[in-house]
Design a binder for this molecule. Sequence first.
Ligand SMILES: Nc1ncnc2c1ncn2[C@@H]1O[C@H](COP(=O)(O)OP(=O)(O)O)[C@@H](O)[C@H]1O
Ligand SMILES: [Mg+2]
Length: 256
Amino acid sequence: MHKSLIEVAKEEVITNPHEIFSITYKNEKYWVKKARATQSKWNHRFFYFLFPFDALIPSESKTGVQCIEHETSKLDIFRAHGINTPAVIYKNDEFFILEDCGETLNTLTRDKSISEEKMYYYMDKLLFELAKIHKVGLYHGGAQTRNFTYKEAKVYAIDLEESFNPNIDIKVLQFRDFTLLLLSFVKIRVNFDLDYNYVIRKYVELSGNKEVLKKLKNIANKTSFLIYLSELKFIKKVLGSDVKGFSKLLKILKSL
Ligand SMILES: Nc1ncnc2c1ncn2[C@@H]1O[C@H](COP(=O)(O)OP(=O)(O)O)[C@@H](O)[C@H]1O
Ligand SMILES: [Mg+2]
């Protein structure tokens, strides 16, 4: 008797130590994501304490079961709005199975020798998908390049597990998304300078979200002291690469 995909996944969930892993079943690739509690991390909370911007609001803590419920129902809502997301093949209280949606944008843009043309090809598609999410009044929650994938000329949104206090304005969460995306762009190391003016204008054009540029400049102008602070050795040591990326982004924004 042949095992079903669900039977195969159930066995792997027990033996595989990873929280998320891929399996191949009948020549098709799938992803299995186990339930796990999310907590806003202490360093994120400290970061937010230093840089109390809406854009860096920490996410809510949830139990494993709540996480599965939140992520799978959000994937379905996204799909219903025409946003590219992996189909939820199966779920129970311990794990869920997703269809494979290709390589992450982080992986694809990590190649140092990537051409400018290719980079902007990916970025345009990524900005298009993020703007689509925002235009229908939704947010991603973890909009870094590692949480978007690319397959057959389409960008997909994955990893929708973050949630926030329901009193927070959707505009704030959308702005947070865009800031997180910019922060992940800052970490890209390529042989040419990324044109942040282009990226921001493209997002504004696609999303119709005109306040973004003003909001970003506002942050940059208010934060000379924080740039100074973030360059102190002690702060750098405690917060690591996140704070370096953030101060780099602030400098870029200041120069726009
Ligand atoms: N449906 C999918 N298609 C392709 N890759 C996926 C998919 N789901 C997860 N992955 C891969 O697994 C990684 C971790 O999954 P993710 O949902 O982002 O979990 P985490 O909360 O641990 O970041 C992703 O960055 C991606 O590389
Ligand atoms: Mg992720």
